[in-house]
Design a protein around this ligand. Structure first.
Ligand SMILES: [Zn+2]
Length: 147
């Protein structure tokens, strides 16, 4: 099923996005709007294109449930700016609980080979992701450009 970007990220991503919506209690993590006429989407804190090889952009720790208008506003922010806007002081709040992770991995076991991959979501990988300093490149404004 195509997502909001019109890309088919496959069934693995669908399952991960579902787990993220559940983690986020089905509400926009900025304005707390629940799913309604305005469909909620799952936002990548670090865009796919800025995630280097060896890291998985589709880990739950990189994903946050947002409504359409908050999503549009969030795209231009730095990671720190995004977390401030979301009032997330502790990045580890983005980790799934062990039970949530096990449920997700059971679902991933049920799906066949995927266009991306079918590997499990692990806590170690999630923590490595959180600890990594990603370069957001063009989305961060370099003030020297204005001098
Ligand atoms: Zn919102």
């Amino acid at each position: 099923m195509p997502n909001d970007d019109g890309q088919d990220r496959g069934e693995r991503f669908e399952q991960i996005a579902l787990a993220v919506r559940n983690r986020d209690a089905g509400r926009c993590q900025r304005c707390e709007q629940p799913e309604g006429d305005d469909r909620l989407s799952v936002h990548h804190l670090v865009p796919d294109t800025n995630v280097p090889e060896g890291f998985d952009a589709h880990l739950p720790v990189n994903l946050v449930t947002l409504c359409r208008s908050c999503h549009a506003e969030m795209e231009a922010k730095t990671i720190e700016g995004q977390l401030r806007k979301l009032q997330i002081e502790d990045k580890t709040d983005l980790l799934l609980t062990q039970q949530e992770r096990e449920r997700l991995n059971d679902r991933l076991d049920d799906i066949g080979p995927d266009i991306l991959n079918t590997k499990h979501v692990s806590e170690e990988e999630a923590k490595e992701f959180l600890d990594h300093d990603f370069d957001l490149g063009g989305t961060q404004v370099d003030l020297t450009d204005f001098q």
